[in-house]
Design a protein around this ligand. Structure first.
Ligand code: FA5
Length: 346
């Protein structure tokens, strides 16, 4: 009983200055662990009288509970103190002031692809288009099947695809997937654009990346014509470049459009003389487009006898390169602040 009576006092005294979890656990083990005084008392109880067993046993239990309660309370205090200390340490002052800039800290800015994307969205919104989004991880149906590219179609090889191990899912190779989802969710007439990242297992060079950006556009109604398509494409380019740019339209093959076109822009890096960006041809492929194939309308739940439409898939990174005179697409993904901070934000 004497041992037990002094135990709580001793524990409380030692507990006071502790401020680390490890020390606290050690202290608990010292008092109520297997080798501790409480365990000793319990072991020696076998030689005691039944009366002693009852009183000492009860006292020992009560003591154990008291020590455990004090232990838990202290543990909570330590954990709270730890959280507060790390919050204090990780505190960031987000109000970056001029004086901090003078000390050489960089102000954040928008990436040039974001700037152009935002500008194009605004241009299309002003012409009555909605802006849609879509997932990066897609299935075969949305990336190929619904776009008139069945399993055995050779056009599947036009875009080298990153497949997931289940062979059913993939990283979308183009933003045309947004067309499929957009059509299913609305009734004609409608018009929308859908910007986003796309992924292709390609070798990189001055004008090719594995991860790049496209902006899909679609307009469906009762009498949509190639004339409408050309009008919207021209308006887009004049707004973006703020000047007349030379373009050429040539036939292009995409299973999801008929007829299909390639809209090229005279290379603004070399002025058409030939360089690594335009692969010495003087023109850059920028804006494939065409009239939506009847099979694609059908897959989208739209009657091709009644409605028709156009679609296009703008290469955003190349447009950025033309607008700012960037001679290698890889600069866009280099994460070099000296490069990124040169562009004015919207
Ligand atoms: C397509 O992806 C079609 N889905 C576009 C389309 C939509 C056609 C609707 C008709 C109707 P293409 O594979 O050509 O097409 O890519 C479109 C644009 O993305 C190209 O003109 C080019 O500007 C850009 N692009 C293609 N591959 C790369 C790449 N590896 N790196 C950077 N830009 C690329």
């Amino acid at each position: 009983m004497q041992v037990l009576e002094s135990l709580l006092n001793d524990f409380t005294k030692e507990l006071g200055p502790i401020n680390k979890t490890a020390d606290l656990l050690n202290l608990k083990a010292k008092y109520i662990g297997k080798q501790g005084p409480l365990a000793d008392v319990m072991k020696n109880l076998k030689d005691a009288t039944p009366e002693e067993k009852r009183t000492i046993g009860a006292k020992a239990n009560e003591l154990k509970q008291q020590i455990e309660a004090l232990f838990s309370q202290k543990m909570q205090e330590i954990e709270l103190a730890d959280i507060n200390a790390s919050l204090e340490k990780d505190k960031i002052d987000i109000s970056l002031t001029d004086s901090m800039l003078e000390k050489g800290l960089q102000a954040a800015g928008y990436h040039p692809v974001t700037i152009i994307q935002q500008e194009i969205e605004d241009i299309f919104i002003s012409m009555g288009f909605e802006v849609l989004d879509g997932p990066h991880i897609e299935d075969d149906y949305h990336n190929f099947e619904a776009l008139n590219i069945p399993a055995t179609h050779p056009a599947r090889d036009m875009q080298d695809t990153f497949w997931f191990a289940d062979k059913k899912h993939l990283l979308r190779t183009h933003t045309s997937t947004i067309q499929v989802r957009g059509m299913k969710e609305r009734k004609p007439p409608f018009r929308f654009v859908g910007p986003g990242k796309v992924f292709r297992c390609e070798r990189t060079d001055a004008s090719h990346e594995m991860v790049f950006h496209q902006l899909e556009g679609m307009m469906v109604g009762e009498n949509v014509s190639v004339g409408n398509l050309i009008y919207f494409m021209k308006t887009l380019l004049t707004e973006i470049f703020k000047k007349e740019v030379e373009v050429r339209l040539r036939p292009g093959f995409f299973p999801f459009v008929e007829p299909g076109f390639e809209l090229d822009i005279k290379c603004l890096i070399c002025g058409g003389k030939g360089c690594s960006v335009c692969k010495q041809v003087g023109w850059v492929e920028l804006l494939p487009c065409g009239m939506v194939h009847p099979n694609v309308l059908k897959a989208g739940g739209i009657d091709p006898e009644k409605y028709n439409g156009f679609a296009f898939g703008l290469g955003l990174d190349r447009l950025v390169m033309m607008r700012y005179g960037i001679d290698d697409i890889r600069h866009l993904h280099g994460a070099d602040l000296r490069f990124n901070s040169q562009f004015k934000s919207f």
